[in-house]
Structure formats: structure tokens, C-alpha cells
Design a protein around this ligand. Structure first.
Ligand SMILES: C[S@@+](CC[C@H](N)C(=O)[O-])C[C@H]1O[C@@H](n2cnc3c(N)ncnc32)[C@H](O)[C@@H]1O
Length: 262
């Protein structure tokens, strides 16, 4: 049984970066009208109360979302993301943090749909309760990697899969590679965003993926950041989002986002 619970980590610097990139990526894809199927292969429970355990245990959010909360918001991807977090905190006091399922849900247009996958029974229950009567959201209570085969290709021909594992198991990168290999066969022009941590003494980077999958150079965009020393989380010194088939016109905006972070 997996022991990872994202509630201990919600709103930390890695979440802030991942979610800012995710929101920017969705906006970029939505420049076209055609409906998009979003698949969150590792969804987590969706909403986190930062005033309670488990968030209070290590207070990782203090180094992430809380640090940014009262900063001046120049228009741009970061402000866009902060506004979405703000929708869960209407009185302006930061308490609730929306994970990727709720951020994606907030961005859905009439023609879009969302599939949420989760393996942990407690997190499945939280997701099921939250999206119970939501007809735009489907919950796959099972393995997110297997769900890619089930839900790809999307009927509209447009889709984004967020692959955001907890890296508890040593085989995560090879599991991601195998899942992507199968997914790309079914849906070669899909957009895939893979979050990963950089951890001292362990190789968790996706550097082997482009050659393993035979990707063209322009199909791969790896946005990697290093946390400032006071934002590091134990041996986690940074993180990244690697994107396959990033919409061409948004590549420079994504790279700029990464540059500003570093
Ligand atoms: C890092 S958390 C997800 C956070 C979420 N994507 C967000 O950004 O708010 C990873 C989640 O994946 C779940 N999980 C682990 N392995 C899985 C698998 N093979 N398929 C589906 N869910 C999995 C864990 O239980 C955990 O809730």
C-alpha cells in the first residue's frame, strides 16, 4: 500500500511551480475552440486545509503559496494561478489550497472534460465526494498509468495528461516511460506534462525519456528549477515539469516562466 499523502506537501514550492505551469499550459491549449480531455493520472484529494493537520505538520506551504500570497500580482501566469487559488479563499485569508483536480476543473470550458485517477482509497473517497454530481468529471479509481490506455485518444482529438506521481517507488521513471510509450502510440500528438522532483543522491529526472521514446527535439520541453536554499524541502532541491508536445506558440512563454523562477 502506498503511504504518500499529498496533504503533507500541499502548496509547497514544488506545487506552486507545477500548478503555475499547468494553468499556463491549459490556457495555451484553450486558444483553440475544440474540446480538450484533461487526464490527471495522479489526482490526490483535490482540496487541502492549510490550517489543519497534515498540512501543519511540516508547514511546507509556508515556503510556497504562503510566501507569495500577499505579493503584488503583476498580470501573467503567476497572477492567473494565484487568482484561481484565491477563488477558494474569498475573504483573502489563505486557508484552502486547490490541487490539480480543482485547478483543472476551474478552467474547463463547456466543451472540455476531466478524468481524475487515484490509487489511494482515502483520496479516492475525497475525490468521489467532491465531484459526486459533476457531469464534466469522471473518476478512475485505479492506476493512472493504465487509465491513459483507457481514456486516450480523446474523441475530440485534443488532450492533455498531467502525470504527477509521488516518486515513492524507485521505478517511477521507467513506469512513466512505459506508460508514455503506450500513450504516444494511441495518441501521438497529445500533450503530456510530467512533474518530477530533483533529489540529492537520487536520479529522479526524466532525462532518459526523449531518447527512450524517440522524440524529436522540438517535442520535448524540460522546465527545471532549483529552489532557493531557504525553500528546499529536505533533500528535494528543486523540481521540474517536462512537457511533450507543448503548444508551439507557448514554448517561449513557458521558458520565460522557468527563467524567472531560477
Ligand atoms: C503528488 S500527489 C498528486 C497531487 C496532485 N496531482 C496535485 O497537483 O494536486 C500523487 C498522488 O498519486 C497517487 N498515486 C500514486 N500512484 C498512483 C498510480 N499509479 N495511479 C494513480 N494514483 C496514484 C497518490 O495516492 C497521491 O495521491
Amino acid at each position: 500500500m502506498l503511504s504518500y499523502r499529498h496533504g503533507f506537501h500541499a502548496g509547497n514550492p514544488a506545487d506552486v511551480f507545477k500548478h503555475t505551469v499547468l494553468v499556463a499550459l491549459v490556457r495555451a491549449m484553450q486558444h483553440k475552440d475544440k474540446g480538450i480531455r484533461f487526464i490527471d493520472t495522479h489526482a490526490g484529494p483535490a482540496l487541502y486545509d492549510l490550517h489543519r493537520e497534515p498540512a501543519l505538520k511540516n508547514r511546507e506551504f509556508a515556503r510556497g503559496i504562503a510566501r507569495l500570497w500577499n505579493c503584488r500580482r503583476d498580470p501573467g501566469p503567476l497572477a492567473d494561478y494565484l487568482d484561481l487559488v484565491g477563488e477558494h479563499n474569498p475573504d483573502g485569508v489563505l486557508r484552502f489550497y486547490p490541487g490539480s483536480p480543482l485547478l483543472l476543473r476551474a478552467l474547463l470550458r463547456r466543451q472540455d472534460e476531466l478524468v481524475l485517477c487515484e490509487l489511494h482509497p482515502a483520496e479516492q473517497k475525497a475525490l468521489a465526494e467532491r465531484f459526486d454530481d459533476d457531469r464534466k468529471v469522471r473518476i478512475h479509481a485505479g492506476n493512472g498509468y493504465q487509465a491513459l490506455a483507457k481514456f486516450l485518444p480523446p474523441p475530440s482529438g485534443r488532450g492533455l495528461a498531467l502525470i504527477d506521481p509521488s516518486f515513492e517507488i524507485r521505478t517511477e521513471i521507467s513506469d512513466i516511460t512505459a506508460a508514455l510509450q503506450a500513450a504516444l502510440k494511441r495518441f501521438g500528438h497529445g500533450v503530456y506534462a510530467i512533474w518530477y522532483p530533483t533529489i540529492e543522491g537520487r536520479d529522479t529526472t526524466p532525462d532518459s525519456i526523449p531518447s527512450a521514446l524517440g522524440l524529436e527535439r522540438e517535442q520535448w520541453l524540460d522546465l527545471r528549477i532549483e529552489f532557493p536554499t531557504d525553500q528546499r524541502l529536505g533533500r528535494m532541491t528543486g523540481c521540474g515539469m517536462a512537457i511533450i508536445n507543448c503548444p508551439y506558440r507557448s514554448r517561449s512563454a513557458m521558458t520565460e516562466l522557468q527563467r524567472r523562477w531560477n
